[in-house]
Design a protein. Structure first.
Length: 227
């Protein structure tokens, strides 16, 4: 086995993979939210943004080529992120086969204790989101218009249970981001005490900005600000 394989088999290697894939996923989440802000400027701006995603670097690359490349990179990052998280959990269990009789959560944040379930909720949400807004499978009772992403956005969030699921998933995402960003710095070796307040502030601000920004999308549609 190569040194890279041996490195990944170690706990340090898995934590490093989680950190690197976390950077990729966190970056995509931020850019995705920023891009969706175009919805507040109306259908023309939002649909132009959607078209831009499909025509990036054309004609040097085929239409939607960069979009599919980014999807493949994200898929690989998600697979390694989930696998490394699962493998680390198994390694911790094998290291202590007998569970704690009385768990002490005093030093563990709520976010860290719900990372596993939050990750599952987010994964289900991503699958639904792709089926609903990208592929066009009728997972919600409205017409999907492939050439009108703005229509799909608004029509989808007009359904209360779709909006509710989106909001719940993003609240879980916020907790996941807070603990994930905090842990990412530790995995990358940024653990000095003088950086502790900065790490906590950055993790909190990032999680709050993403959560508020995403939750406002369905609320804006339900309240009639986006129609």
């Amino acid at each position: 086995m190569t040194w890279l394989g041996n490195f990944y088999r170690s706990a340090i290697g898995k934590k490093a993979v989680m950190a690197v894939t976390g950077v990729i996923l966190f970056g995509w989440i931020f850019l995705h939210m920023v891009g969706n802000l175009k919805v507040y400027f109306g259908p023309e701006h939002f649909n132009e943004y959607a078209l831009f995603l499909k025509t990036m670097l054309t004609p040097a690359v085929p239409e939607s080529g960069m979009l599919w490349l980014s999807r493949i990179i994200l898929l690989v990052a998600v697979v390694f992120h989930i696998h490394s998280a699962y493998a680390l959990t198994m390694m911790n269990r094998h290291a202590r086969p007998v569970d704690y009789r009385n768990r002490d959560y005093a030093k563990a944040s709520y976010a860290s204790r719900t990372m596993r379930w939050g990750g599952i909720i987010i994964l289900l949400f991503v699958i639904y989101h792709l089926l609903h807004f990208t592929i066009g499978v009728r997972v919600a009772p409205h017409d999907f218009i492939r050439t009108d992403p703005y229509h799909n956005f608004v029509a989808g969030f007009r359904i209360w249970w779709v909006a509710a699921f989106y909001i719940i998933a993003n609240l879980a995402l916020g907790l996941h981001l807070y603990h994930g960003v905090w842990s990412m710095f530790s995995s990358l070796g940024v653990t000095h005490k003088r950086f502790e307040n900065w790490r906590r502030l950055f993790a909190t601000a990032f999680a709050v900005i993403i959560t508020v920004g995403n939750v406002l999308f369905p609320l804006s549609v339900l309240l009639g600000f986006v129609r």
